[in-house]
Design a protein around this ligand. Structure first.
Ligand code: 5GP
Ligand code: ZN
Length: 114
């Protein structure tokens, strides 16, 4: 748990989130501001600010869960494709400094990366 971190608060159950998956080490939940329908985030429960401070073991655990989470979103929302992305540092667009991956279902709309 780190100070005023909003994602640590979600992990602790101090603020609500619509979760799609949770185990001892990770949690996946829908982004509060949906860029596309089904936009979700997956995070390690442990607080690490970004990819530069993410332990390899945590990265391995987190990334191992991504195919099944992406597949669950695909089954639920039937997108045409999916972006999986991660911002590191303010200059890269990071706004929450608890490591997270975005799972962004895509429906053939323009924008983001076209
Ligand atoms: P970043 O810009 O750091 O890559 O992404 C942070 C994401 O966290 C944003 O897409 C933002 O909408 C989402 N977010 C911020 N606060 C909350 C919250 O309290 N609950 C949920 N579910 N998502 C949040
Ligand atoms: Zn945190």
């Amino acid at each position: 748990m780190s100070g005023n971190c909003v994602f640590c608060k979600i992990v602790q159950g101090e603020i609500p989130a619509v979760k799609l998956y949770e185990d001892d080490e990770i949690v996946a939940f829908f982004d509060i501001s949906q860029v596309t329908k089904g936009h979700a985030l997956v995070i390690p429960k442990a607080h690490h600010a970004d990819i530069f401070s993410l332990p390899e073991k945590t990265a391995a655990t987190l990334f191992a869960a991504v195919p099944k989470l992406a597949s669950a979103l695909k089954a639920e929302f039937a997108p045409a494709g999916m972006n999986i992305l991660n911002n590191n540092g303010e200059a890269a667009g990071q706004t929450v400094f608890h490591y997270h991956l975005h799972l962004l279902p895509r429906y053939g709309e323009t924008g983001l990366y076209g």
